[in-house]
Structures are given as C-alpha cells and as structure tokens.
Design a protein around this ligand. Sequence first.
Ligand SMILES: [Zn+2]
Ligand SMILES: [Zn+2]
Length: 148
Amino acid sequence: MHILEIFGIILATVIGMEFIAWSSHKFLMHGPLWFIHKTHHMPRHGRFELNDVFGIIFGFASILCIIAGIDTFSPLFWIGIGISVYGVLYFFAHDIIVHRRVKLGMRMRGRYAEALRKAHLLHHKTITKDNAEEFGFLFVHPKHLNKK
Ligand SMILES: [Zn+2]
Ligand SMILES: [Zn+2]
C-alpha cells in the first residue's frame, strides 16, 4: 500500500474513533453502562477505576485488528494501528493533560490544552448520569478556545 493510503487510513481511524468514543460516552457510558462509567465521575480510590475497562476493550479491538491484518499488512492492520494511535492520544489528552494521572512536572498551557481542560472539566461538573455536556475527548468545540 502506498504510504499516503496508510496515513489516510490511520487518520480516518483516529477521527472515527473520536466519533465512536464521543457517541459511546454520550449514549452508553451515560446510559446503560453508567454503573461502570460513574467510577470516573466520583473521586478515585487508588490508582485505577472500573471505568478503565473501556480503555482495555479498545486496546483489545486494536490488537485483534493488528493480528488479523499482519500477514499482508492489509487495511485492517493499519486500522488497528490507528486505534492504538487514538488510544495514546486519548490517554495523553484525557488522563495526562486533563486529569493529571501521570504528573509530568509541568502544566501544559497551550490553547488546545487549556480548552480541552475547560471543556472536560465542564463535563465533570455533573456527577450524575443525566444532564452532562461535552462528551468529546480530543475534539474541543472552538467556543472553549480562549481568544488571545
Ligand atoms: Zn462522563
Ligand atoms: Zn474525565
């Protein structure tokens, strides 16, 4: 496959994954799977929370695609890579920039980082299943960008 096709598949997968994550956050996690996701809206006791299983599930999906496509480096292989890339970006944005589960010893102060923090902390204002807003993880509505 041409390198541009590979980049295209990875990029499309990352964008698609944000859409999947956004809609599952809105309709499943704040719906029938709230009993799992609520652990993320309550203070965490210890290093992990039940909500982390969602990350593990997407990790498995990625590994399955990679294994299924590795013989021929088919598009499925690159979709698996794309899911992994999304996982890394998601972890960086949501768990490090916003929730600071891993302390980098500095605070990211870029416009995007600040907007991401603002939007996601708005999501965390709600500790109930209903009435939450801002379900994205990487996508931030431009209205949250501070004008400089
Ligand atoms: Zn939530
Ligand atoms: Zn969060």
